[in-house]
Design a protein around this ligand. Structure first.
Ligand code: BDR
Ligand code: CA
Length: 311
């Protein structure tokens, strides 16, 4: 039986690859996708998510969610970034979003489930925290939350904070402390699994819509990273959100440590920092399986195997 998953996304170039991996892997059943303010305004994230599914010929319901963070209305990215832009370079969507709000759909879906749907938030955690606030009983229905977010070594949005956590720290704090098993795939892991131009050329050769779309969006990421946050090798970029989905399919693609993690929400310089207690210096019990490394060749192999498939 494929593992059921829901992706919460702010699509977004790397979200796009994560969506395609989840939609095309024979070992996953993507129940639906919910969108949230993040990489760009939420209506662009919704359009981009629909574009991805249309392009690969998959009919997966898409529910639009929160348009701003829980308590920081100024943390809204209304300027296209070099890495994502507003709209993906894919044809406009012909499918429509679902009429129900993402938060209500998450609540209804989890409450009606057998507790077997892994939740995979790869954007700011606003929808998830809003759902937990509105219906706290959904927490016990979520078997595991696999989050792309956080950073221990260094941030990407500020020196301290990774973007998804920084963009709604209060929401992240609610989710990280919700009491369910959490796996966190932070920058410490995603920056060790880069995709380069040669990988993109191989994806194009595979010829499937998903592999071609991945080459298109990752090439855009590589230019953006080279220009604004070069990695340890030029001409290569992380595809953060896809690594989180791959970690569900094969946990050994990342190396994790079970530690206490909390989120800074009152820092003058450190808002949105994931504070990681690797050395047991605080009083908190381990609550997060926090990834510190990734197996780049395995990640690239997984992407090729899955994205080469057609719907
Ligand atoms: C995360 O932030 C977003 O820009 C990406 O889509 C990813 O989810 C990386 O910090
Ligand atoms: Ca994202």
């Amino acid at each position: 039986m494929p593992q059921r998953v829901i992706l919460d996304v702010d699509t977004g170039t790397d979200d796009a690859v994560a969506l395609m991996v989840a939609a095309l892997s024979p070992d996953l059943e993507l129940v639906g996708a919910t969108t949230v303010n993040g990489n760009t305004l939420v209506h662009f994230c919704t359009e981009n998510t629909l574009r991805v599914f249309d392009y690969i010929g998959k009919q997966i319901p898409v529910f639009e969610g929160m348009s701003m963070p829980l308590s920081r209305p100024d943390f809204v990215r209304d300027v296209a970034s070099a890495i994502h832009g507003d709209l993906l370079d894919l044809p406009p969507a012909t499918s429509k979003k679902q009429p129900q709000h993402a938060v209500d759909w998450l609540i209804d879906t989890y409450m009606a489930s057998d507790g077997d749907i892994i939740l995979v938030p790869v954007g700011p955690l606003t929808n998830i925290a809003a759902a937990i606030r509105k219906e706290p009983r959904i927490v016990e229905k979520i078997p595991e939350i696999v989050i792309m977010g956080g950073a221990h070594e260094h941030g990407n949005c500020t020196p301290s904070a990774e973007f998804n956590i920084w963009a709604d720290p209060e929401a992240a704090r609610i989710v990280v402390n919700c009491g369910r098993p959490i796996r966190m795939i932070p920058l410490d892991a995603t920056h060790r699994a880069l995709i380069d131009h040669a990988d993109c050329a191989r994806f194009r050769e595979l010829g499937s819509p998903a592999a071609i779309a991945t080459a298109v969006v990752v090439e855009r990421r590589i230019s953006g990273y080279d220009a604004t946050q070069p990695m340890h090798r030029l001409g290569a970029a992380p595809v953060h959100d896809a690594l989180a989905v791959c970690a569900i399919l094969d946990p050994s693609v990342v190396t994790t440590h079970f530690i206490h993690v909390d989120v800074e929400v009152r820092g003058e310089l450190t808002d949105g920092r994931t504070v990681c207690d690797f050395k047991g210096r605080g009083k908190g019990k381990p609550n997060v399986h926090f990834a510190t490394d990734a197996d780049e060749p395995k990640f690239v192999r997984m992407l090729s195997d899955i994205l080469g498939r057609t719907a």
